[in-house]
Design a protein around this ligand. Structure first.
Ligand code: ATP
Ligand code: MG
Length: 241
């Protein structure tokens, strides 16, 4: 069984887009991919049910139709950190149940992509942050980060936080490079981040104007992710981790 836990340096940094791009690239190689967004907040009402647009996007990319109870075992309406949204909704965050959902998804697929929420220090319940979930999701971790000025600090702190809690951080993805505006920071950040963290930059993904998580638009995302990934990364995921 293999898979990845995808965290980010921030909310909106591209965790869903990168997870979906990876799912498409693996699927194109014949891998049966499962997905989870286990702590979904900012859920929207569809046919009387709360759904996570992130989860719908990931499922469309992976081509998997697992039940929402497995893909989003916790789905809350307010767009807040899970611990806060849960407290305000009077919901108990049951990590054992979320772990059971993860194992069920894992048993149904060859490779599981779990999208975290926000970044590693985001509270998911009282006294528990995302970085503390290594026991619930015993997977290697990738970090999605911005490509521009400021990302060295956020990325180094994220890797340090995760490692201190036992995660094996095996890749960093710089997402959303805009060739028009990219300058010295974008050119030098990958090397500096690799030196500081000793984690490989596994992909540098360009800004792709045609894609949108909320609109379920992903034309060309798999190919773009594939082109952005360093040689051998996607293949190594199938056999490694
Ligand atoms: N490479 C890209 N090119 C164009 N648009 C992008 C790219 N990456 C992300 N986006 C857009 O930026 C927004 C944020 O991306 P995404 O939803 O993947 O972030 P996230 O880290 O998953 O956010 P959240 O913390 O809410 O889960 C989305 O609207 C998405 O469509
Ligand atoms: Mg997301």
């Amino acid at each position: 069984m293999s898979g990845l836990f995808i965290t980010g340096t921030d909310t909106d940094v591209g965790k869903t887009v990168v997870s979906a791009g990876l799912a498409l690239a693996l699927r194109a190689r014949g891998v049966d991919v499962g997905v989870m967004k286990p702590f979904a907040t900012g859920g929207v009402r569809r046919d009387g049910r709360l759904v996570s647009l992130d989860a719908l996007y990931l499922q469309a990319a992976a081509g998997c139709d697992d039940d929402a109870s497995l893909v989003t075992p916790l789905c809350l309406e307010e767009p807040l950190a899970p611990a806060i949204a849960a407290r305000r909704a009077g919901v108990d965050v049951d990590l054992s149940a979320i772990g059971r959902a993860f194992r069920a998804v894992q048993s149904r697929h060859d490779f599981v992509i779990v999208e975290g929420v926000g970044g590693v220090a985001v509270p998911v319940k009282d006294d528990v942050v995302v970085g503390d979930l290594r026991g619930v999701f015993p997977l290697p971790m990738w970090v999605v980060a911005r490509p521009d000025l400021g990302t060295i600090n956020h990325t180094a702190l994220t890797v340090e936080h995760a490692r201190a809690r036992g995660w094996d951080v095996t890749g960093i993805v710089l997402n959303g490079v805009d060739d028009e505006s990219a300058g010295v920071a974008e050119a030098t950040n990958p090397g500096v981040i690799e030196d500081m963290t000793q984690v490989p930059i596994v992909a540098v993904v360009p800004r792709l104007p045609a894609i949108s998580v909320d609109l379920l638009a992903m034309d060309g995302l798999g190919e773009a992710f594939e082109a952005a990934a360093i040689d051998g990364v996607i293949e190594s995921l199938r056999v490694g981790s």
